[in-house]
Ligand binder design. Structure first.
Ligand SMILES: [Zn+2]
Length: 265
């Protein structure tokens, strides 16, 4: 079973490869330390606190039982503090680690604590430390910059389609991710995939239209029409589907968004 999104390797406008990973780690699982009932330990290896160093406190987000928890929450409020016991040397440089600590002891059993944060490249699970993925592109100077315009639109659209969990818009999720591990042809069909992609993109359209009333979006970044959504089985691999939607923006441009969905045999 796998869920491949080999997407946006190519910038739709320039035809050039798209650059660097943002090293954003999503929904890592943590548990509360049973000695102090305050500090988070990495669920897959409770002898450590954070799996990877935190790069920027502002991007740290926590969910408990899929509910987002603000750092100021009266019960589950939390802070990020230096982990004095852990400094690791990578590429000749000492890297400090941090840990997340609840302000007050949390003694109830918390079923699922998830943490998202930005880390540093050598610790990134998203790009496996390689540095290249699809959230940023390399500018002409060689330094990573934020994506804009059509590339941003394409990337946003992909996030709507591929991210089935969005705590801030719970009804706007896409079932594509739930298709992982199903049997193609029996439990899911091309039409299911097509329908889900269409739904996700129309949700995005609605949210963007609502956003447009409070903030100015670049016309190139606004989804105008879902031009087409084609779903084709890979002729060489019966478990893979090529999903190729085409969308347009308010600058009269169209852009392809594509990914491969791999199902069970
Ligand atoms: Zn990365």
């Amino acid at each position: 079973m796998s869920f491949d999104y080999n997407v946006l390797v190519i910038d739709p406008m320039t035809g050039l490869p798209i650059g660097a990973c943002d090293h954003h780690q999503w929904f890592e699982r943590y548990i509360v330390n049973t000695d102090d009932f305050r500090t988070l330990n990495y669920a897959l290896n409770p002898s450590i606190n954070m799996r990877a160093p935190i790069n920027g406190f502002d991007a740290v987000q926590i969910w408990i039982a899929e509910e987002p928890i603000q750092s100021t929450d009266p019960v589950y409020g939390w802070q990020v503090v230096v982990d004095p016991n852990r400094v690791e040397e990578v590429d000749g440089q000492n890297t400090s680690f941090y840990k997340i600590v609840f302000n007050q002891p949390v003694r109830i059993v918390l079923p699922l604590i998830e943490v998202s944060y930005i880390t540093q490249q050598p610790y990134c699970m998203k790009c496996s430390g390689l540095g290249s993925l699809n959230d940023f592109k390399i500018g002409s100077s060689g330094t990573p910059g934020h994506v804009t315009q059509v590339t941003k639109l394409v990337q946003k659209a992909l996030k709507w389609v591929l991210t089935s969990q969005d705590p801030f818009y719970p009804p706007f999720t896409c079932a594509i991710k739930d298709y992982v591990g199903r049997k193609f042809g029996l439990q899911i069909t091309e039409t299911d995939v097509q329908t889900e992609v269409m739904n996700a993109l129309s949700n995005m359209q609605q949210v963007q239209q609502a956003q447009g009333t409070v903030q100015t979006l670049d016309p190139q970044e606004i989804l105008k029409d879902i031009v087409s959504v084609t779903v084709t089985p890979d002729p060489n691999d019966p478990t893979s589907l090529f999903v190729s939607p085409i969308i347009s923006n308010y600058s009269g441009q169209t852009a392809p968004i594509g990914f491969t969905l791999r199902t069970n045999q």
